[in-house]
Design a protein. Structure first.
Length: 229
């Protein structure tokens, strides 16, 4: 017992806190490793065809050890989707709606090619969640609705800046643009060596400019002089 007036030494909590931080850091790294492996496997073979045991083996864990981090396979699926959305948000963080042009559509196609695994992941998962009872059905319904609204915003901006004529139905055209992008993505995923997604999307954007160009008043006709000169 310390004498009155003496200062007792602080309890040795610092090493314990440091050890806790190290364990947490290792746990976060392990969790990220599982997510990265799940993205690769789900994009390659789909969620339904990927077993927890296969995923656990890929990261060198046991089945119970993997579920310790996520609880269930469906919970892992939701975390994979959240991770994919986080990465996508970072990639498109510099896309300011106030400065978007039609060329932004080509830029999005280019990003999708540069991040092929993430693009394939959503194509595969969307195909697995067509029914209303599927775990990600509502997620993709909301995602495509949000994508159409963003495209409509881009098209509205293009009308305001004179890229497109001002009587375009931006909402209806957004359906066409999204369908075109998704259809081209599918063809590219089927034949990445033989089909150029970026070039084809850029050609489509060019066709939009031609088809929906603002009406230009013809230049005034020159009046002929009376001398005939």
């Amino acid at each position: 017992m310390p004498r009155p007036g003496s200062t007792s030494a602080p309890p040795p909590t610092t090493p314990a806190k440091a050890d806790t931080r190290r364990r947490q850091s290792r746990g976060d790294a392990r969790r990220q490793q599982i997510l990265d492996a799940a993205v690769e496997l789900f994009s390659a073979t789909g969620y339904r065809s990927t077993g927890v045991a296969e995923l656990a083996n890929t990261v060198g864990m046991t089945h119970p050890g993997l579920l310790y981090y996520f609880g269930t396979k469906e919970r892992l699926l939701l975390e994979v989707v959240a991770e994919r959305d986080r990465i996508e948000a970072e990639l498109r963080d510099d896309l300011d709606p106030a400065t978007l042009t039609l060329d932004t559509l080509t830029d999005i196609a280019r990003q999708n090619v540069e991040n092929a695994v993430l693009t394939r992941l959503y194509v595969v998962l969307a195909a697995e969640n067509l029914d209303a009872t599927d775990p990600l059905h509502e997620f993709f319904v909301r995602r495509y609705d949000r994508a159409r609204r963003h495209i409509a915003q881009l098209l509205t901006h293009a009308m305001a800046t004179g890229e497109l004529r001002d009587d375009v139905d931006a909402t209806q055209l957004s359906h066409e643009v999204l369908a075109m992008l998704m259809g081209l993505e599918m063809q590219w995923l089927m034949d990445p060596e033989g089909f150029d997604l970026v070039v084809t999307m850029d050609a489509y954007v060019g066709s939009l400019r031609t088809r929906l160009a603002p009406d230009r008043a013809p230049p005034p006709r020159r009046r002929r002089s009376r001398t005939g000169a």
